[in-house]
Design a protein around this ligand. Structure first.
Ligand code: PMP
Ligand code: GLU
Length: 401
């Protein structure tokens, strides 16, 4: 009898992360010797600061290489509690925090913990690529809330409220945003907190870029602006972006104790504790000197200024000035429908392919984030690479007609 290698339906319908896929393709082409400028990567180009690495080396030497509590070591959870108190002026208890294998696993566990089949999660568009997939993997249904560049991708509260119904379980927000770099105003965040209480839904705040801000303000969250929302807000964060620690895989959730307990239970039956050595490194990151963060944010800001000005000097491109993260999300819709060298630019996917093939620049098409009019460039790379990439992009776009 022939064997058809059956797979679960949920995985057949699942697409791999497009951001990771583009980045992997760019890295593979580079490894083969191609002269690629990689503006696709969602990871800081900086090395992990020395004192963080030292903490990990010390942990290995001391034999800190065994299982830890599933939710993470208490000293790391305390460092997370201290950070949240510092930034959001709200005090969490140890059992209201769970450490996971990256912010991604924290979010995944969160959706698994709060969604039953048929539950809806409102996702503002443009969104980070993994939210809809994670919601669907938990049996939920993503409901999209469009936003516009001309309003700096702000949330339209009336439109948001009109999407809430008795199937709505949660809203997820990401400020500063991947891919737009937009930061929600304090009044928007407060209104979101109030809405969550009024409507009786959760707000998941993906704060992974909270320290990478250029507007002179510190991290903000609905709980810091409307404390009554505390039982409704689930904070997802991690050390990947702030401390250039993408490979260490440490993230966390903080929120109502029943949700954290449920997420921990899921973790206990899937991955157990996150890596013990990386937990020690994350502890050093959160409790150690923060100058490294200030320095990296300063460098990102300089690159942002350079990139936005240069992009807006290219005919046909319109780019907002992002206030955080390390991405720009310019409107490239004026190039759609054009062609050159046998390439027909039907949408952002074809434009990204064209730029990779013809300009040797890797970037992520806007459609991956739910909006085909845009394209994402990361500036988590050197100024020289950004300059070279933009020169190539300008030349390639100039050939389209
Ligand atoms: N949220 C957003 C918006 C991100 O861009 C990322 C980056 N991958 C994550 C969560 C997860 O980061 P990590 O798993 O590396 O902590
Ligand atoms: N968050 C990064 C990005 O958007 C890393 C890739 C991923 O985890 O999807 O590029």
């Amino acid at each position: 009898m022939s064997w058809s290698t059956p797979l679960a339906e949920r995985v057949i319908n699942l697409k791999p992360s497009p951001t990771l896929a583009v980045d992997a393709k760019a890295k593979a082409l580079k490894a083969q010797g191609a002269d690629i400028v990689n503006l696709s990567a969602g990871e800081p180009d900086f090395d992990t600061p020395g004192h963080i690495k030292d903490a990990a080396i010390k942990a290995i030497r001391q034999g800190f290489t065994k299982y830890t509590p599933v939710a993470g070591i208490v000293e790391l959870r305390q460092a997370i509690i201290d950070k949240l108190k510092r930034d959001y002026h709200i005090e969490y208890k140890t059992d209201e925090v769970v450490v996971s294998t990256g912010g991604k696993q924290g979010l995944y566990n969160c959706f698994q913990a709060i969604l039953d089949p048929g539950h809806e999660v409102i996702i503002p568009v443009p969104y980070w690529v993994s939210y809809p997939a994670m919601v669907e993997l938990a049996g939920g249904r993503p409901v999209f809330l469009p936003s516009e560049a001309k309003n700096d991708f702000d949330i339209d509260m009336d439109r948001l409220c009109s999407l809430v119904n008795n199937r709505t379980r949660a809203l997820i927000i990401n400020s500063p945003s991947n891919p737009t770099g937009a930061v929600y105003s304090s009044s928007t965040l407060r209104a979101i907190g109030q809405m969550a209480v009024e409507k009786g839904i959760y707000v998941i705040t993906d704060d992974i870029y909270d320290e990478i801000r250029f507007d002179g303000k510190g991290p903000e969250n609905p709980v810091s602006l409307f404390e009554e929302a505390r039982e409704h807000v689930i904070i997802a964060n991690g050390v990947s972006k702030t401390y250039a620690m993408t490979g260490w895989r440490i993230g966390y959730l903080a929120g109502p104790q029943p949700v954290i307990k449920a997420a921990t239970k899921i973790q206990s039956q899937s991955t157990s504790n996150p890596n013990s050595v990386a937990q020690k490194a994350a502890h050093a990151a959160l409790s150690g000197p923060q100058e490294c963060v200030t320095d990296m944010v300063k460098a990102f800001r300089e690159r942002r200024d350079f990139m936005v000005e240069r992009l807006n000097s290219i005919p046909g491109i319109r780019c907002n000035v992002p206030q955080g993260a390390f991405y720009v999300f310019p409107d490239v819709s004026s190039f759609l429908g054009k062609s050159a060298d046998g390439f027909e630019i039907k949408g952002s996917l074809e434009l990204a392919d064209y730029l990779l093939e013809k300009a040797k620049v890797a970037c992520v098409p806007g459609i991956a984030f739910g909006d085909d009019r845009f394209i994402r460039f990361s500036y988590a790379t050197s100024k020289e690479q950004i300059d070279e990439g933009l020169n190539r992009i300008e030349a390639a776009l100039g050939n389209l007609s």
